[in-house]
Design a protein around this ligand. Structure first.
Ligand SMILES: *[C@@H]1O[C@H](CO)[C@@H](O)[C@H](O)[C@H]1NC(C)=O
Ligand SMILES: *[C@@H]1O[C@H](CO)[C@@H](O)[C@H](O)[C@H]1NC(C)=O
Ligand SMILES: *[C@@H]1O[C@H](CO)[C@@H](O)[C@H](O)[C@H]1NC(C)=O
Ligand SMILES: *[C@@H]1O[C@H](CO)[C@@H](O)[C@H](O)[C@H]1NC(C)=O
Ligand SMILES: *[C@@H]1O[C@H](CO)[C@@H](O)[C@H](O)[C@H]1NC(C)=O
Ligand SMILES: *[C@@H]1O[C@H](CO)[C@@H](O)[C@H](O)[C@H]1NC(C)=O
Length: 490
């Protein structure tokens, strides 16, 4: 029994592809260290995982009972990706109803003689800590976000500072290191929040339960993210373990069902034909798109500047994201023809082989929404960023990378921002220019690349910070409850 406890780790992400995929990658990484993984999710998500191409793993996939019809959701609604935005909050609220079922499931594991060594749960599932502790099990939260971004996100939702001032800028009382935050850096659901609305009630409930956990695992690297990582031990008296970057391997990506709009091979061949540091890569991540007028301005900018580009496009905000991409309607007249005639750029619909692109010597900069995963993929290849944050903690990621780290220039904020092609041209120019600030940013990005590599180094006589953090987490978990049952003397 003791033997199995040492081996089994329960993994429980929120029901959204953007959460499930990093958790799968984390699970693979832990499994390779010799642990058994029990991966929990609602029935349809587990079914999806079983039907996707098999991972090279022996995860135990376990269904937690959930019936969306019981929670004011349409039947068979178990994944955030299959619902309209108006139900986003409903699914989040419904997830809290999983608590009794989660308790049963852990109880069964314990009684079946396989008590988990640790539960690793989503940032939205802090409530699982209480259940884990009831059974004397170690509990951690895993964040796919970086430390700085998540610290701002946490502080803003918990304190709602914008609700206490009329000015457009304010500081975070418990995280002054973040500097001044502007109202335009608040996501659309934060702006109207005043503590009485459903968004803040739900998120405050979820975030406030983090204090019950035993620590937070971060997909980040200590050396590049100290300011944000320091916030959590101070605020919550919890240890943090920066164990990133968690690599989304080819087979974890494949399960998102994302088909590239181009083969990796033709993409690389095209890049091979371009000079070093001459290509701008543009992608707003898997869940975002820009408005029709912003798309026009961006295209105009690309038309008028002497660079090559790869642009991953989706229908603009005003249109159904599942529509085909209408190049006639959504891009300036003759744009596609000019691009093709001059072999100036690649326009790729929906998905591109991002890691391969960022790894290519021809790519000089990445115009990105700066979701943390994209940030890590870019920086670990030494590619500086042009930030266009869209939501959640992305505004803070950009703020940090621009103001503190110096590897990013912000070009626009969100989908309502009136961006002008001249400004886009100027920002692209700053970052891609061979000299001056562009050069400094590439050098800085190169330093970060080395820090990230070092974090993951595991060699005779040298262990990087991320490797050490993972080992420390596993050993703290293994000793948990050995001397006392938590709760008895607290
Ligand atoms: C599958 O995983 C095992 C051990 O985890 C590894 O030795 C093997 O190379 C992997 N196979 C593939 C195809 O990745
Ligand atoms: C859904 O509600 C029905 C009727 O109340 C109940 O029998 C069923 O157990 C519920 N399912 C879940 C997963 O909660
Ligand atoms: C979910 O619950 C509804 C009634 O609450 C029931 O009609 C339906 O059959 C249930 N679905 C599943 C898959 O259990
Ligand atoms: C949920 O889906 C909406 C679109 O329906 C998307 O904007 C949002 O980012 C998704 N959330 C997560 C956590 O994946
Ligand atoms: C939808 O909700 C998820 C959490 O459920 C959140 O991460 C995401 O940012 C939300 N989407 C938007 C556009 O606010
Ligand atoms: C938000 O501000 C209003 C007025 O400024 C105040 O009445 C309310 O209490 C504030 N919300 C919270 C959660 O304190």
């Amino acid at each position: 029994m003791e033997e199995q406890k040492v081996k089994n780790i329960v993994i429980f992400p929120y029901m959204a592809q953007g959460h499930i995929i990093p958790f799968l990658a984390l699970a693979l990484q832990i499994e390779r260290k010799g642990y058994h993984i029990t991966f929990i999710n609602t029935p349809l998500n587990i079914k999806n995982l079983k039907q996707s191409p098999p991972l090279n793993s022996s995860f135990r996939l376990l269904e937690i009972p959930f019936n969306s019809s019981n929670c004011s959701l349409p039947p068979e609604t178990e994944n955030n990706d299959s619902i309209p935005f108006s139900l986003n909050l409903t699914l989040l609220q419904a997830s809290v109803s999983l608590k009794p079922a989660f308790r049963n499931l852990i109880s069964d594991l314990v009684r079946g003689g396989a008590p988990p060594l640790s539960v690793i749960a989503d940032i939205f599932f802090g409530w699982t800590a209480e259940v884990a502790h009831e059974f004397g099990i170690f509990h951690t939260i895993f964040s796919g976000c970086g430390g700085f971004g998540l610290a701002c996100y946490y502080s803003v939702w918990m304190n709602l500072p914008h609700n206490y001032t009329d000015s457009v800028e304010f500081t975070l009382q418990d995280f002054p290191e973040a500097g001044r935050i502007h109202r335009s850096q608040l996501a659309t659901n934060v702006l109207p929040a005043d503590g009485t609305d459903s968004w803040s009630k739900t998120l405050q409930f979820m975030l406030s339960s983090w204090v019950d956990s035993d620590g937070i695992l971060f997909n980040t690297v200590e050396e590049i993210d100290k300011t944000g990582l320091d916030y959590f031990p101070r605020k919550l008296s919890l240890p943090v373990w920066p164990i990133g970057p968690i690599h989304l391997s080819v087979d974890t990506r494949a399960r998102s069902g994302k088909k590239y709009g181009i083969s990796s091979e033709s993409c690389i061949n095209w890049l091979d034909s371009k000079p070093q540091n001459f290509v701008l890569y543009i992608s707003f991540g898997s869940q975002n798109t820009i408005s029709a007028s912003q798309m026009m301005q961006l295209a105009k900018a690309l038309d008028s500047i002497e660079i090559n580009f790869i642009w991953v496009v989706r229908p603009p905000l005003e249109f159904d994201i599942n529509l085909g991409f209408d190049t006639e309607e959504w891009l300036p007249e003759g744009f596609i023809k000019r691009v093709e005639d001059q072999n100036k750029g690649l326009i790729i619909v929906k998905w591109a082989p991002q890691v391969e692109i960022l790894s290519h010597r021809a790519v000089a900069a990445f115009l990105s929404h700066c979701g943390w995963n994209s940030v890590l993929e870019s920086l670990s290849r030494g590619v500086p960023l042009i930030g266009w944050p869209m939501g959640a903690e992305q505004f803070y990621n950009v703020k940090y990378l621009e103001e503190e780290v110096g590897v990013c220039v912000e070009v626009a904020r969100g989908t309502k921002f009136e961006v002008r092609s001249e400004d886009i041209v100027e920002k692209i120019g700053i970052v891609m220019r061979e000299n001056g600030k562009g050069k400094e940013m590439r050098e800085k990005a190169d330093q970060l690349k080395k820090m990230i590599e070092n974090g993951g180094r595991d060699e005779e006589g040298y262990k990087g910070s991320s490797v050490k953090a993972m080992e420390e987490f596993l050993s703290v978990a293994a000793f948990f409850g050995k001397d006392k049952v938590r709760g008895e003397d607290e």
